[in-house]
Design a protein around this ligand. Structure first.
Ligand SMILES: Cc1ncc(COP(=O)(O)O)c(C=O)c1O
Length: 404
């Protein structure tokens, strides 16, 4: 073992010793990042094709985002919502305009934004729709991933996410993703919302059948049900549009946003909806100490401004074609399936060759970081600042590990 390897193995052993084992990280210890690249403590460079599960859509340390953070660090970082600060209205207005909605409610993590959506749609159900107390139902999709709180895992269908965390929160109905007839059957007079990911990321970047979400929208309209799109991973440029649901020609009643909204610097999440929906909340009914803090708002405003240029969506659409063309060429050459949109792909490795985990380890050895999800499926989500050359480089490394 060289002294170089010893640095990495020492850091890995330390991390293993001092943390709960709720993750199984690849054996890479990152020390620096810039753009699409990270460098480990031994000086090895890797292309980051996970991009913080889409939290790093603008790459590591995007200069505009870092400058906004630095400027705000020198002014004021936290006030709590007991007072208003001078970054708050700008962020909320610009994000609401990006979403085409009246109002925004900022939180921190994705799970908190999903919890916000659940609380707001339930309250809307009781106060506006007239659902009987305690009877509200929310329809969700099988194989969903919306976060890790006890309420959210209550409607997960993944045993790893759910088992032994009960008792579970009632009020959720699970239907197969992509099955409109099942959704129609599941809607009752007590249904307040349909909550779904426009593309299921954690499930393996599953794109729904064409026309599915247009059908979801129509069913919601027919039954006075709110359609809530969880765009935490799929949104903010990832698929070549600002929101993945745009590919379906559908406008949801509420967007749930997170990850890239914080520019890879701070946790920032939010829900955006019209006044008729978000207006049901009154002072004291919901909140978070850190939600909408000055640092988060300064970075978040810069994120919204980057997206408002359309440049990142265009890059994702254009380079996404290159990525998908390259991946499709590997089907039958070690890949059995490729799915996704824009710079987002789920690839299924031939299980006879290796597991997804093994593929990610081999990719890491060749300087490309990616993450397996279930079995032999890997998620690829490079930062939207990735170049064509970098994409080609990663595709060459992937082809190399698939060769027998
Ligand atoms: C679609 C979706 N919703 C919600 C979440 C939860 O976000 P967080 O981990 O910030 O709580 C995630 C995280 O992966 C996600 O992909």
């Amino acid at each position: 073992m060289t002294s170089v390897d010893m640095r990495t193995s020492g850091a890995l052993a330390d991390a293993e010793r001092w943390t709960a084992h709720n993750y199984h990280p690849l054996p890479v210890v990152i020390a620096e990042g810039e753009g699409s690249w990270v460098v480990d403590i031994d000086g090895r460079r890797y292309l980051d094709f996970l991009a913080g599960y889409s939290a790093l859509n603008f790459g590591h340390r995007h200069p505009g985002l870092i400058a906004a953070a630095h400027a705000q660090l020198d002014r004021v970082t936290l006030t709590s919502r007991a007072f208003v600060h001078d970054q708050f209205a700008t962020f909320c207005r610009e994000l609401a305009e990006l979403c085409g909605k009246d109002l925004v409610l900022p939180m921190n993590t994705g799970a908190e934004a999903v919890e916000t959506a659940i609380k707001v749609t339930r309250k809307w159900g009781y106060q506006v729709k007239g659902v009987e107390a305690e009877r509200a139902e929310i329809v969700v999709a099988a194989d969903n991933f919306h976060g890790r709180t006890t309420t959210i895992v209550s409607f997960s269908t993944d045993p790893d996410a759910r088992a032994d965390f009960g008792p579970y929160t009632p009020g959720f109905v699970v239907v197969p993703y992509g099955d409109l007839a099942a959704l129609a059957d599941a809607i009752t007079p007590n249904t307040v919302a349909v909550l779904m990911e426009p593309i299921q990321g954690e499930a393996g970047v599953l794109v729904p059948p064409e026309g599915y979400f247009a059908g979801v929208r129509a069913l919601c309209d027919d039954h006075n049900v709110l359609f809530v799109a969880d765009e935490i991973q799929s949104g903010l440029g990832r698929t070549g549009r600002t929101f993945a649901i745009e590919h379906e020609g559908v406008v949801p009643d509420m967007y749930v946003l997170g990850k890239a909204l914080g520019g890879g610097i701070v946790p920032v999440s939010a829900v955006a909806a019209d006044r008729a929906v978000l207006g049901v909340l009154r002072p004291g009914e919901h909140g978070s100490t850190f939600g909408g803090n000055p640092l988060a708002c300064a970075v978040g405003t810069e994120v919204v401004r980057l997206l408002a240029t359309g440049e990142y969506q265009r890059r994702s659409a254009r380079l996404g074609e290159r990525l998908h063309d390259g991946l499709t060429a590997l089907v039958g050459q070690g890949l059995v399936a490729v799915r996704g949109r824009g710079l987002w792909a789920g690839i299924d490795i031939d299980p006879a060759l290796m597991s997804g985990r093994e593929a990610c380890e081999r990719l890491a050895d060749r300087g490309v970081l990616a993450k397996d999800t279930h079995g032999s499926t890997i998620r690829l989500a490079p930062p939207l600042v990735v170049t064509a050359d970098e994409l080609d480089h990663a595709l060459i490394q992937l082809a190399a590990i698939l060769r027998p």
